[in-house]
Design a binder for this molecule. Structure first.
Ligand code: FMN
Length: 355
């Protein structure tokens, strides 16, 4: 029987030569002006045998930046930088989509290197510390509430970012709706206390997130837009309770848009079989993630619970993860102390396997 991990698949307009996806991972290696560096070109090219790479989170605007040395997609220089990344991945036969990550309230201003607002659905600070420029945990800034009148401009920022990603040659975008960043802040009752049409009921909390997805689909075509969620994930002070209620109206709206894929970090919740819930409410392709090994990933594909699977940490120290899985070769372990140093060490110096 053929190995489901190595069966080609199309996610919307994006055709993958295998079903092993590299999950998005922030690595803090952007250069001056939040422009992708040559080091990043090398890093992504090394991992291009993945059926699809989802880039690290990329800010669609300066206001979307919260962490140190994260790349953007709102300036001409950033577009040129990403073009080198996309060209290198394509030259190695890979596919790559950009994760659009607006941090919302999860911002340490010292990480930005410029002055900009900190915005969120409500003026509630994120009660979690985030590493500052030297790695020391620092408090997040107090955000100001986004005015309803600002929503059209925010949507236009997302549309411009998606058009820029396509102009840079990427194959599409993934909207980061997980892990407590801006979109998740709208969806979640802990961070959204609004009393207008963007707050209150789960339907209202899903309104802005769905407007963003519709805007992205109109900007670059629904077959090039994916979405990432992590129901029940308490990261960045999200209320993890009742994930089906929080995500139900959102998933219904996502399903209607006909997007390329739904990427889910399955938190293995006691109260919800997340993959079964999504399969029952979403008719498109699902990329499953979180703590997978080759065997458990294959089992999800074989059972039809997912159409592709993603690996995060395994790609850090195994640039040739796809080849290692194919050869049943051992996996190298990453050095977690080197995740965010900004250097080549612990980033591009993990070798491919040699028996
Ligand atoms: C260093 C690191 C950075 C990450 N950055 C992001 C990110 O920018 N966006 C995102 O959606 N998830 C991010 N994640 C989560 C991963 O995409 C993935 O969901 C997580 O590692 C679980 O998958 P795994 O068990 O295969 O590692 C990050 C994870 C790690 C380890």
């Amino acid at each position: 029987m053929s190995d489901s991990l190595f069966t080609p698949v199309s996610l919307g307009d994006i055709s993958l030569s295998n079903r092993i996806v590299m999950a998005p991972m922030t690595r803090d290696r952007a250069g001056e002006g939040d422009v992708p560096t040559q080091l990043m070109v090398e890093y992504y090219a090394q991992r291009a045998s993945a059926g699809l790479i989802v880039t690290e989170g990329v800010q669609p605007s300066p206001v979307g930046k919260g962490y140190w040395r994260t790349p953007g997609i709102h300036s001409a220089a950033q577009v040129e930088g990403w073009r080198k990344v996309a060209d290198a991945v394509h030259a190695h036969g890979g596919r790559i989509v950009m994760q659009l990550m607006h941090c919302g309230r999860v911002v340490v201003p010292a990480n930005r290197g410029f002055e900009a607002d900190v915005i969120a659905p409500s003026a509630i600070p994120c009660p979690v510390q985030v590493p500052g420029p030297d790695g020391t945990p620092m408090d997040c800034a107090m955000p100001r509430e986004i005015a309803a009148a600002e929503i059209p401009a925010l949507l236009e920022e997302y549309a411009a970012a998606a058009r820029n990603a396509i102009a840079a040659g990427l194959d599409g975008v993934e909207l980061h709706c997980a892990s407590g960043y801006l979109i998740n802040q709208f969806l979640n009752p802990a961070s959204n206390h609004r009393t207008d049409e963007f707050g209150g009921s789960a339907e209202n909390r899903a309104r802005f997130p769905l407007m963003v997805l519709k805007t992205l689909a109109e900007a670059i075509g629904p077959g090039r837009v994916g979405v990432r969620i992590s129901p029940g994930n308490p990261y960045n002070a999200m209320d993890p309770s009742d994930p089906a209620a929080t995500f139900g109206p959102f998933i219904a709206g996502v399903d209607a848009l006909g997007l390329a894929f739904l990427h889910v970090a399955d938190m293995a919740l006691p109260e919800l079989d997340t993959l079964a819930f999504l399969r029952a409410n979403f008719s498109g392709a699902i990329i499953a993630n979180n703590n997978l090994k080759a065997d458990s990933a294959r089992a999800l594909l074989d059972a039809g619970k997912a159409q592709a699977v993603s690996f995060g940490r395994a790609f850090i120290a195994n640039p040739d993860l796809v080849e290692r899985i194919a050869a049943d070769a051992p996996l190298a372990k990453p050095d977690y102390a080197l995740l965010y140093t900004g250097e080549a060490r612990g980033y591009t110096d993990y070798p491919a396997y040699s028996a």
